[in-house]
Write a protein that binds this ligand. Structure first.
Ligand code: GCB
Ligand code: CA
Length: 896
């Protein structure tokens, strides 16, 4: 009764101030958290005194350091977070929520020792009403303790079970404290905004907008309210206003729905991402007080997918071209501030893209907000990847995630597709064609059908999609291609399978067999390590140049086929995947930018093809330091790529015009005769009357072809054996060159062959193993086996000779063991190998073997001081004792 009596007065005061004052306060509480890695027995009931807490701020991940070490695996388990909230007395008359944008993956939130809520799933938001557990004093601030128990362990009921990315643990997205009035728009609806904006009809002449939601009344009496909706245009001018009276039931929710019409709407599109704004207000009808206010973006567009003709936006065909994006960043794991999320979407937009596949899970809210603003069409998906578990709890968690994803993101005009299940038939469980497998497949299809139905029930306006790997017969047999409205294909011919032309072949065949089914190429990509360059790029060499070649072929093919509605590059960024080996262990390097967002050539290639404004860029920005062998003119000819949307490019080398070349799909490749030292490259093209230029300084270390003509002279020679590529180490300012056979007066190997992996391997040379004890895995992954000698016909002098070895056969039992070299002999499956190494006739390494320093998958390097005398140069001999001798790397440096 007391409350009833006083409230109207209170509201009147409120109303006076309400023109500017905010009714709902949403404030981030990212600062001043305490963190403990590991479980704490006794919590939340009792806090043991001896627990060490570390100060952290959110976003935070406990796996930030795990990602760069050589140890396989990363911490997956329980950790605790703690935070004190100092709350004013006024909190008593409010409704207070804790809102988490995301925490991986099971969170229990305690307030003052009591469980406020538990959330399952690492990639969607959740919010809990904490009002019942709060303490508040009379005037001063009162301390309230929040504890979060978070667990990122494997859990067979929670997707993802397995995937090619790291499941970093932590409260890695923003946390908010939200206080609202006792009457407010629904805040208990899967952490959604509480208001749903639909546009059931949009065309050039008119747009129908429906605004619906629920009002929560926490008072014990009914209330007479007014819902007021205001729509303003992008300039902020109010263009529509509607109000409808609502009687809000006591202690419960009351639904409402309003409709609006806008004639001659300003449409939203990638070229013109025009946003209206909808402000929804709850007003107390008896006092006029504003009780709650929520804003949403409004973008007016209509679209459709046609199986033969592709995608249409606002009645016009539009090829969707863009990329998928993972959410981690170098040295930060997944704990990124909003600015980086936003920056990534700008990176994509500046590439000329109009599409983003937000894969393999919903990402930070900042992403879709940026898409709305920048004009990027988006597909979002829940993280069912590779496998499912045939259990009700797994099914329910999938469905809960789908609902969260749809409701939380519903009002973003940028979203056109809700997706689920990535490559669920890639590694089918159970024996082929067995009863168990058939049952498992049937379960997958049953789950897909349930999610499909649920998605349409949640949102009848958008399309659905399942991204599949390239075995369409299997997806067809299992019945998965029939379930969603669009089938996505993740295709890697020319990467995981040998023939790049199979990409075009697949598209044509699929379209022939499924002429009614719209399709998107949801993935295509090739790994590229920015340190690796090649003048003869080939599949799986991880060179920047092969990645460019791959994307040239794919983009051309995608653009040629109208039935391909769209395509998403895998991936916008290099991302962490703990189990990956490759040239940079733990990193999937299919990004067209690095994990620090430095563009690779493929990114420039897309800019040249997609941007409308004049563009020109000299490629291989990471290859500013080069090395090569001098020719007779004392130059060394190497390629330079130019990316531009001009039709002709001129190239100057050290001020001299070298050549004028026509471009081919945005690319021109010049052969430049580099001289020793600094080389200035200038490229220019006139695009639509605008002159575009780029200049690059390339420092070239010319290696003499014959040392008698010109000795090595205080420069170094770094040679990767069994290799065909260049490897640039910017930090040490060293460039590694491919090997060459010895010829008189020069340097090179004698005998042996290039190390190759077994026949089914995808690369024609080298190994794909993670090499421990080095960051230059690419150098140690290649090797010459059966080598007899390596000779340098250098002039007399004092030299430093470094030899690098790694046993590529057999495998280390564990890196921990490997570091303990005394135990080397205990490594499992070790190859039996032993050989002597002699320098100029003296045995310097006796019996280098798998019993001592030669440990599988581990770099072993040693440097010798060597005097070259009597014009005999330097000869390194390898004398096999058991098996064949090997050499992975050799460096020679003249000291004086
Ligand atoms: C795929 C997966 C993606 C992987 C990618 C790759 O098909 O969907 O998660 O990262 O291939 O790079 O192998
Ligand atoms: Ca955020």
């Amino acid at each position: 009764m007391m409350i009833k009596f006083f409230l109207p007065l209170l509201y009147v005061c409120f109303f006076v101030a309400s023109a500017h004052s905010q009714t709902r306060i949403r404030q981030s509480i990212n600062s001043n958290w305490s963190f403990h890695k590991g479980d704490i027995k006794g919590l939340p009931a009792k806090q043991p005194a001896d627990v060490r807490w570390q100060s952290v701020s959110i976003p935070h991940s406990w796996n930030t350091e795990d990602v760069t070490d050589d140890e396989p695996g990363y911490y997956r388990g329980i950790s605790w977070y703690k935070k004190t909230l100092y709350l004013p007395a006024s909190v008593k008359n409010k409704q207070t929520y804790l809102y988490f944008e995301g925490a991986n993956q099971v969170a229990e939130v305690y307030v003052n020792g009591q469980l406020a809520g538990k959330h399952v799933g690492g990639y969607t938001a959740f919010s809990f009403l904490i009002q019942p557990y709060l303490k508040a004093g009379n005037d001063s601030l009162t301390a309230n303790e929040v504890l979060v128990k978070l667990d990122n362990s494997y859990n067979e009921s929670i997707p993802p079970l397995d995937a090619d990315f790291t499941f970093f643990g932590g409260i890695y997205r923003d946390v908010y404290l939200i206080t609202a009035d006792n009457i407010h728009f629904d805040m208990d609806n899967y952490a959604s905004s509480g208001i749903q904006i639909k546009t059931p009809l949009v065309n050039a002449n008119t747009a129908t907008i429906s605004i619906s939601g629920k009002i929560t009344n926490r008072f014990t009496s009914n209330r007479n309210l007014m819902i007021m909706t205001e729509i303003s245009d992008a300039e902020g001018k109010l263009i529509k206003k509607v109000q409808s009276p609502v009687k809000a039931n006591a202690s419960g929710n009351t639904a409402f729905m309003q409709q609006q019409q806008i004639t001659m709407p300003h449409l939203w599109s990638p070229n013109d991402p025009y946003l209206y704004r909808i402000v929804s207000k709850i007003i107390d009808r008896s006092t006029g007080a504003l009780l709650d206010e929520v804003s949403n973006p409004l973008g007016l567009r209509w679209y459709s997918f046609d199986a033969a003709k592709g995608f249409y936006l606002n009645g016009k065909p539009l090829k969707l071209i863009g990329a998928s994006r993972h959410q981690d960043f170098k040295d930060m794991a997944n704990a990124l501030p909003d600015a980086i999320h936003q920056r990534d979407m700008e990176l994509l937009k500046n590439m000329g893209a109009n599409f983003v596949r937000i894969a393999h899970y919903p990402q930070d809210p900042a992403i879709l907000e940026a898409c709305d603003r920048l004009g990027l069409l988006a597909s979002v998906e829940i993280p069912i990847v590779n496998y499912i578990t045939e259990s009700d709890s797994f099914y329910n968690n999938c469905k809960q995630m789908q609902i969260e994803m749809v409701r939380q993101n519903f009002n973003h005009p940028s979203i056109i597709i809700w997706a689920y299940m990535n490559e669920v038939l890639l590694r089918p469980k159970y024996e082929k064609n067995s009863d168990e497998q058939n049952r498992y497949f049937a379960s997958i299809t049953a789950l897909a059908k349930q999610i499909e139905a649920l998605t349409h029930q949640e949102d009848s306006g958008r399309y659905t999609m399942i991204p599949c790997h390239g075995d369409y017969n299997l997806y067809n047999r299992v019945g998965l291609t029939a379930v969603p409205q669009i089938v996505g294909w993740n295709l890697y011919p020319g990467w995981y399978s040998p023939r790049i032309e199979d990409f075009a072949g697949f598209l044509d065949k699929y379209h022939q067999e499924f002429p009614q089914k719209p399709m998107i190429v949801t993935e295509f990509g090739a790994d590229a390590d920015t340190r690796i360059h090649s003048t003869q790029p080939e599949r799986f060499d991880k060179s920047i140049e092969y990645q460019t070649y791959y994307h040239q072929y794919y983009l051309k093919t995608i653009l040629q086929k109208p039935f391909v509605a769209g395509a998403a590059i895998w991936n916008l960024v290099d991302f962490n995947s703990e189990q990956r080996k490759d040239a940079t262990p733990h990193i999937n390097t299919k990004g067209i930018t690095t994990s620090e967002r430095i563009p690779k050539d493929a990114y420039f290639f897309y800019q040249a093809n997609l941007l409308k404004k004049p563009f020109l860029k000299i490629g291989a920005t990471g290859w500013k330091l080069r090395t090569g062998i001098a020719d007779l003119n004392n130059t060394c000819t190497q390629q330079v790529y130019i990316f531009t949307n001009g039709v002709q490019v001129q190239l100057w080398h050290n001020g001299k015009m070298l050549q004028n070349q026509a471009t081919n799909s945005g690319v021109a490749v010049f052969q430049v005769p580099f001289t020793n030292g600094n080389n200035t490259i200038k490229a220019a093209s006139t695009v639509n009357g605008v002159v575009c230029e780029d200049i690059a300084q390339i420092n070239f270390k010319l290696i003499p072809a014959l040392f008698k003509n010109k000795p090595l002279q205080y420069t170094d020679l770094n040679i990767s054996l069994g290799d065909r590529r260049f490897f640039v180490d910017e930090k040490l300012a060293q460039v590694w060159m491919p090997e060459q056979p010895y010829h008189k007066g020069s340097w090179g190997y004698i005998g042996g062959k290039v190390f190759t992996m077994p026949a089914q391997s995808r690369q024609s040379f080298g190994s794909d193993k993670d090499i421990y004890g080095t960051d230059m895995d690419a150098i140690y992954q290649t090797q010459r086996t059966g080598i007899q000698a390596f000779k340098f016909d250098v002039p007399d002098g004092e030299y430093e000779l470094t030899l690098g070895f790694a046993e590529l056969e057999g495998k280390a039992t564990s890196p921990a063991l490997v570091y303990n070299l005394g135990n080397a002999a205990q490594t499992a499956e070790a190859k039996q190998r032993a050989f002597d190494v002699l320098i100029n006739g003296t045995t310097v390494i006796p019996s280098l073997s798998t019993q001592n320093y030669l440990v599988p998958q581990t770099a072993y390097t040693t440097t010798f001081r060597v005097s070259a005398k009597n014009s005999a140069g330097i000869t390194v001999n390898f004398k096999p004792l058991k098996g064949e001798a090997i050499l992975n790397a050799i460096q020679l440096k003249q000291v004086f």
